[in-house]
Ligand binder design. Structure first.
Ligand code: ADP
Length: 311
């Protein structure tokens, strides 16, 4: 059984084709990232999964329940944490969560237990009686996730869970999300931070103009789409003519360093070193090899840099 199965999803808003036959599956227990530039179709897809937007074609199933025909069953299995704060901000976290638990029909005597367990799970017990607006941005985000988890969903959808939160608090939140996922909750994440997707997600789907362009683990995507970059520094200035036989790696010489990129880092490095060490009294001072990252994949696939996506 898959946590999510999207089959040939189409959504047209009059002439705008927001989703063009999108198909994807998310495995039970997976941490999945949905990435794409603004206007790619991420929100439309999430809204369709939540049963809030009717597809023009195709189907979506959550743990084998069709999100339209079996809306209630499917929706009960999903927790959704939106970008915007949806709290009564003058209430305490505890009160907000208790209200929400009541709204979900959780029996009165179970509510407090559920809420206290969540506060503990997300390191918020000490802040339970603090009004939401007095909390730091990172704590507010954690509280938002607790709210999405009150109904004990099996699939958690997080829309930009760390937007606007400082680095330390983001890393803090990752720790809580990793633990939640390790305990069995399937997580789908949209984010504008590429390092977040790379650090957390087992697989990512990159969507652009309503189509899933690539879908794989970050490492496989990097291996497939990114060249290796080698940079060698020497004790003395280099001469570009020495590298005439290395043109296929596009060597770039800048004073004491040569950098190049290509598919096979080993062969490339060996060849560049051979050229350098042939020169009398030349020594290698430093070597670095980089494989590129998910940001390079994103740029190749969408033609846009990740930074351009920030709202
Ligand atoms: P993303 O979340 O990736 O930024 P969206 O799903 O919001 O993308 O939008 C996908 C496309 O659908 C965009 O071209 C957007 O302008 C269009 N769109 C989204 N919602 C509506 C709507 N309610 N009416 C008309 N067009 C819409």
């Amino acid at each position: 059984m898959h946590a999510l199965e999207v089959h040939q999803a189409i959504k047209n808003y009059n002439k705008v084709k927001a989703l063009k036959r999108v198909s994807l599956t998310v495995r039970k227990g997976e941490f999945f990232g949905l990435l794409g530039p603004n206007g790619a179709g991420k929100t439309t897809l999430i809204q369709a999964i939540l049963g809030l937007c009717r597809l023009s074609g195709g189907t979506i199933q959550v743990f084998d329940h069709d999100v339209v025909a079996e809306y209630k069953k499917a929706r009960q299995l999903i927790g959704y944490s939106p970008q915007e704060m949806n709290f009564e901000k003058f209430f305490t976290i505890e009160k907000n969560l208790l209200h929400h638990a009541g709204f979900f029909g959780i029996p009165r005597k179970e509510r407090n237990k559920t809420v206290q367990a969540l506060l503990k799970q997300f390191g918020l017990t000490e802040k339970a009686r603090v009004q939401i607006f007095k909390l730091s941005g990172g704590m507010q985000k954690r509280a938002l996730i607790c709210k999405a988890l009150v109904s004990k969903p099996q699939l958690l959808i997080l829309d930009e869970p760390t937007a606007g939160v400082d680095v330390e608090q983001r890393h803090d939140l990752w720790k809580y999300l990793r633990r939640l996922n390790a305990e069995g909750t399937t997580i789908i994440l949209t984010t504008h931070y590429i390092d977040e997707a790379q650090a957390l997600c087992e697989r990512v789907g990159i969507i652009n103009l309503g189509e899933i362009k690539v879908l794989d683990s970050p490492q496989n995507l990097i291996n497939k789409y990114c060249d290796s970059r080698v940079c060698i520094e020497t004790n003395k200035p280099l001469n570009k003519d020495w590298f005439a036989n290395c043109k296929k790696w596009h060597p770039h010489i800048k004073e004491n360093s040569v950098s190049a990129h290509g598919e096979r880092a080993g062969v490339m490095t060996e060849e560049l070193l051979r050229v350098i060490l042939k020169q009398p009294s030349y020594r290698v001072e430093d070597i670095s090899v980089n494989r590129g990252d998910l940001e390079d994949v994103f740029l190749k696939v969408t033609g846009k840099s990740f930074g351009e996506c920030e709202k």
